[in-house]
Design a protein around this ligand. Structure first.
Ligand code: ATP
Length: 250
């Protein structure tokens, strides 16, 4: 399905999430109403425990809301059964985490093509597609390097290539720069902007890292399970933030 100009990539209405029951009940999210458009990098920020990971897990179909409606990429997750949700996730969503989770015995190109091999692609075709993306993230000369031969920032770039290799329409990143120094963190955010932000795609990044706030088109601030404010950032600020990328950086 292609996006229409009026359709939000993500639409949450009255979303509440409770964990536990009775005296141990915790309301992680309370009545969240939020619309996020295609074509933007959205940062989800706020203090520890405010509900960022819970929110992003509901959007990615990893957790079910206790109440409320969740539409993602034009589909209602409320009306999707378990098996269909797993397929929807596999086809449409890419994930990047703080830990790179690369397989140590596989090269950068082999790691990046794992999702394609799982979907049944021929190995040679899958490696070629992974090589294309690794080149886009500045690692064209490191295709045959193993994870332990790469810096943290370079390993995160392999993880970004792996997350995007099957052309997902939603990229979800949870603290992608938390383990990186300031310069590598900016390189990684610049790459996420450059490679992942497209007119028919949505990108949501959960971050504590105020050093990378300039890279967001929109900043959603959460506090205590609620959305406190949504700010749209000026274009000029983001352009200043975009770093030049080369293979040996970060
Ligand atoms: N599986 C769970 N069972 C019980 N409580 C949970 C569970 N997951 C999260 N919570 C609670 O829900 C609230 C929100 O947690 P969440 O992890 O979404 O916050 P966060 O903003 O992502 O925090 P951090 O930045 O530290 O990762 C917290 O009070 C947390 O303790």
């Amino acid at each position: 399905m292609t996006a229409t100009a009026t359709e939000a990539a993500i639409a949450l209405r009255g979303v509440t999430k409770e964990f536990g029951t009775g005296d141990t009940k915790v309301a992680a999210l309370s009545d969240i109403n939020l619309e996020l458009p295609y074509g933007e990098l959205v940062l989800l920020v706020g203090p520890s425990g405010c509900g960022k990971t819970t929110l992003i897990s509901i959007v990615a179909g990893l957790l079910d809301a206790t109440r409320g409606e969740v539409d993602v990429l034009g589909r209602s997750l409320n009306r999707m059964g378990g098996g269909r949700k797993v397929r929807f996730r596999g086809d449409n969503i890419g994930f990047v985490f703080q830990q790179y989770n690369l397989l140590p015995a596989l090269t950068a190109a082999e790691n990046a093509c794992v999702p394609l091999l799982i979907s049944g692609w021929r190995r040679s075709k899958a490696v070629a597609r992974a090589a294309e993306l690794l080149t886009e993230v500045g690692l064209g000369s490191r295709l045959n390097s193993y994870p332990n031969q790469l810096s943290g920032g370079q390993q995160q770039r392999v993880a970004i290539a792996r997350a995007l290799v099957h052309h997902p329409r939603l990229l979800v990143c949870d603290e992608p720069t938390a383990a990186l120094d300031a310069s590598s963190g900016r390189t990684v955010m610049g790459l996420i902007r450059k490679v992942a932000v497209q007119a028919d795609r949505a990108v949501v990044v959960v971050t504590h890292d105020s050093r990378v706030y300039d890279f967001g088109d929109r900043i959603v601030s959460m506090a205590d399970g609620r959305v406190e404010k949504v700010e749209v950032q000026m274009k000029s600020r983001r352009e200043e933030a975009d770093p030049q990328i080369d293979a040996d950086q970060g």
